[in-house]
Design a binder for this molecule. Structure first.
Ligand code: ZN
Length: 224
């Protein structure tokens, strides 16, 4: 059976499991999906934080005009946080149940979450002046870039339209496994990181060319 077929089946099972009225059927169906597809799912669980951060930075570069672009550490850290925010469900699962998979790719991997978290993030600067003042649209887009990356770059589904649909990741991810994945498997995102850097350079070149400026693609401040 192909990966696509297996995951299609798995997704269907997750949906049926969620729709099941009694918890026993739900548990059995989830277990079934877990047993058959858990190892396969784990082998396709990318991108990692590095990939999401690279995609977030590329998203920022696209959405933000060069004149508004700064070169400080705070925006990069803020972008990193927003682009990885949905995966806090792994941390929640580890802390609450000792299993990082238990809440993974549920409500935090949805359009609604991106909008709500984006709204909250766009007001955080009021709490501390060092927090960058990004607009609601940009903050939501950065969070949503994570959901889209998971959706298109991995085989396991996300809960895009939650609360209308929901997906729960099967399997078991302990603290050790999660730390191991982040520390030793992130190199698998090298392709995404390189693609993001090339994309950012291309965007800067096109913008500079359109304005008739020299192609100073490494300019850190406004090219005005
Ligand atoms: Zn994710």
């Amino acid at each position: 059976m192909s990966d696509g077929f297996l995951f299609g089946m798995h997704y269907a099972k997750s949906k049926v499991a969620f729709g099941a009225t009694d918890t026993v059927s739900r548990a059995i169906l989830i277990q079934l999906a877990d047993k058959r597809l858990g190892p396969l799912y784990r082998s396709c669980n990318m991108p990692f934080p590095i990939g999401h951060t690279a995609i977030g930075l590329a998203t920022f570069e696209t959405a933000q005009s060069p004149s508004a672009r700064g070169s400080r550490l705070a925006p990069v850290l803020f972008i990193t946080l927003l682009a990885n925010l949905p995966d806090l469900d792994v941390l929640a699962g580890l802390i609450l149940q000792g299993n990082g998979a238990v809440f993974h790719r549920g409500p935090t991997h949805s359009l609604l979450f991106a909008l709500v978290a984006g709204y909250a993030a766009s007001h955080l600067w009021r709490l501390w002046h060092r927090i960058p003042r990004f607009g609601f649209g940009l903050c939501s887009l950065l969070v949503f870039s994570h959901v889209l990356a998971d959706m298109f770059l991995t085989s396991a589904p996300v809960s895009l339209l939650w609360p209308l649909e929901i997906y729960w990741t099967p399997g078991q991810n302990t603290w050790g496994q999660v730390v191991d994945m982040v520390l030793y498997q992130s190199y698998q995102d090298a392709g995404i990181a390189i693609a993001a850097v090339l994309y950012v350079l291309a965007v800067r070149m096109v913008r500079a060319a359109l304005k008739g400026h020299s192609l100073n693609i490494f300019a850190r401040k406004s090219i005005e």
